[in-house]
Design a protein around this ligand. Structure first.
Ligand code: NOJ
Length: 558
């Protein structure tokens, strides 16, 4: 595998609306991020991914872009962005942006022109189709509920396609002129000094333009559009290679794809030395939930599922390249709440989980607030949610016979808003995020759960993340953690996560015990604990004793 500049680094995702508000309008902004660069540098972060900062009507919180070359005014100006790039550079931090090119906003000037004349040049940048027998062209269901087709206002029988919200019309990638426009825009940011992109929903860009539909999978007579995407996924590769050749390749950009539903055979074409992206997020542990017909079918995950899914990926990607391990992102509930029962959602558990996460092979992405051990926020009524998906899923719950109380409980497990509540900086009003009431509820525990309090406690989750990141980058170990092999241990042991990372005869072993009682592990060669989340873990005669809900990293003798 060729070495690359981003190997051995640690990435951090910022959701700009919720990171830090500098002008006290209740919404995070770029200057807020600039003001917190020291915090990120001190944590050990090398790469920041910014969720969309472009101009947008914010139907889907910025994933609906109306101007790809300008900054949303709520976030600041282009000058602010350039300052952020520059100041980050002085701290050796690279910035990657979110590339959202499966769709744009219905307020984008090109779509506005297309709506006026769907048969114009601008119309050919989108998908317009005639209805069939008084119905939409096919029966696919959008990711956010309802048909993927919306009637064109003022037209009798003409629809436009939107796999996400109505305000997010899909771009027609079969049109080479549109592709040129996209490549130009990508190069505009790369020339400015952006180090790469996280690439949104990219496996959706190919459609079957006969729009045949699929057998219905629920009582609404529709079928989830991701089933069509998965069926066509191989066909995206030539387009993605073209995108890469015209843009990323020229700048040695880091590209991280959001790619669900990819089969194993396709993986080498998607990432690694020969792939169209640098790397992909590892969604394996969350994948079963993507396949559910709705939140109403939610079932609780657990640490064994997390382990099994991550280990399966680690084994799969061993030779072909790097993957990006994640615990959370802005589309997911908080990891502690997702994998653990209420009484287990403690700082101890957060630290043990952080340890098993941090040393997996790949480029780890930490999501804002994860480093504090944030849990889900308690939403007390439907109107406290912001996400459009929450409203659709609530309706689905009710349609499937759940009571209002049960539907609310489901959202309190599953909603994307759990990842989007403001960052908790201190114990003052609004958690130091803003002096104004924030756009989304502040976590109920902010008085104790915040950066200021955790900074002062050497044993906090935050300081544990700092130590883990420093250990991963320690000159003695960085090559092993970056390029070393992965070997799973004790895979069938309930609530134990254990693996080895080895390179050129040196091995580090990572062990975590999520049982309620102590656990002993004998492993030949174990000889020094280099990190432990608790003081009472001991190693004697190659026998490690792990306290409940604890983890450690050990050196082994060759
Ligand atoms: C994936 C993004 O992560 C999510 O937040 C967004 O709603 C969809 N793509 C549509 O862009």
């Amino acid at each position: 595998m060729e070495k690359n500049w981003w190997h051995g680094k640690i990435a951090y995702q910022i959701y700009p609306k919720s990171f830090k508000d500098s002008n006290n309008d209740g919404i995070g902004d770029l200057r807020g991020i600039i003001n917190k660069l020291d915090y990120l540098s001190n944590l050990g972060i090398d790469i920041i991914w910014l969720s969309p900062i472009y101009q947008s009507p914010f139907v889907d919180n910025g994933y609906d872009i109306s101007d790809y070359r300008n900054i949303a005014s709520v976030f600041g100006t282009m000058e602010d962005f350039k300052e952020l790039l520059e100041k980050a550079k002085t701290q050796n931090i690279s910035i990657i942006l979110d590339l959202v090119v499966n769709h744009c906003s219905s307020e984008h000037p090109l779509f506005q022109k297309a709506l006026k004349n769907p048969f114009s040049e601008e119309g050919s940048y989108f998908y317009f189709e005639k209805g069939r027998d008084g119905h939409a062209p096919d029966n696919l269901r959008s990711y956010f509920g309802g048909s993927v087709w919306e009637k064109v206002p003022g037209q009798d029988n003409l629809y436009y396609l939107h796999y996400f919200a109505k305000g997010q019309p899909d771009l027609n990638w079969t049109n080479p002129k549109l592709r040129e426009k996209i490549y130009d825009m990508v190069n505009f940011w790369l020339k400015m000094g952006v180090a790469g992109f996280r690439i949104d929903a990219i496996m959706n860009i190919v459609k079957d333009t006969k729009f045949p539909g699929l057998p219905a999978d629920d009582s609404d007579n529709l079928c989830a559009c991701n089933k069509m995407t998965n069926a066509l996924v191989d066909k995206t590769v030539p387009l993605l290679n073209e995108l890469k050749a015209h843009t990323f390749d020229k700048f040695n950009a880091l590209t991280v794809a959001e790619a669900f539903g990819v089969n194993d055979k396709l993986l080498p074409k998607l990432y690694g030395d020969e792939g169209c992206f640098s790397t992909l997020f590892d969604f394996a542990a969350r994948q079963p939930y993507e396949l559910l017909p709705g939140y109403y079918a939610f079932f609780k995950s657990n640490i064994n599922n997390y382990r099994d899914a991550n280990f399966a990926t680690q084994k799969k990607v061993l030779d072909s390249g790097f993957i990006c391990p994640i615990l959370e992102n802005h589309d997911e509930p908080r990891a502690l709440s997702f994998y653990f029962e209420k009484e287990e959602q403690t700082p101890k558990t957060a630290k043990a989980l952080a340890t098993v996460f941090m040393f997996l092979r790949g480029l780890p992405f930490i999501y804002q607030g994860q480093e504090l051990g944030m849990t889900n926020t308690c939403f007390e009524s439907l109107d406290e949610f912001n996400d459009l998906l929450a409203y659709d899923e609530y309706k689905k719950c009710i349609n499937h016979g759940l009571s209002e109380k049960q539907a609310l409980a489901v959202l309190n497990e599953q909603s994307r808003d759990h990842g989007r509540t403001p960052m908790l900086w201190d114990d003052s009003l609004h958690a130091g995020f803003s002096e104004h009431t924030p756009w989304l509820k502040i976590h109920q525990d902010y008085k104790k759960l915040n950066v200021k309090t955790q900074n002062a406690d050497d044993n906090s989750v935050l300081n544990t993340y700092r130590k883990l990141i420093a250990l991963r980058k320690d000159a003695r170990f960085v090559e092993i953690f970056t390029y070393g092999t992965f070997e799973a241990l004790l895979e069938n042991e309930d609530r134990i996560v254990a693996y080895l990372r080895s390179l050129n005869g040196s091995t580090l072993a990572i062990f975590a015990n999520f049982k309620t009682e102590e656990y002993q592990i004998y492993h030949q060669g174990l000889h020094e604990i280099v990190f432990s989340t608790v003081k009472d873990n001991t190693l004697k005669d190659e026998k490690l004793t792990l306290a409940p809900y604890s983890a450690c990293v050990c050196l082994t003798n060759p």
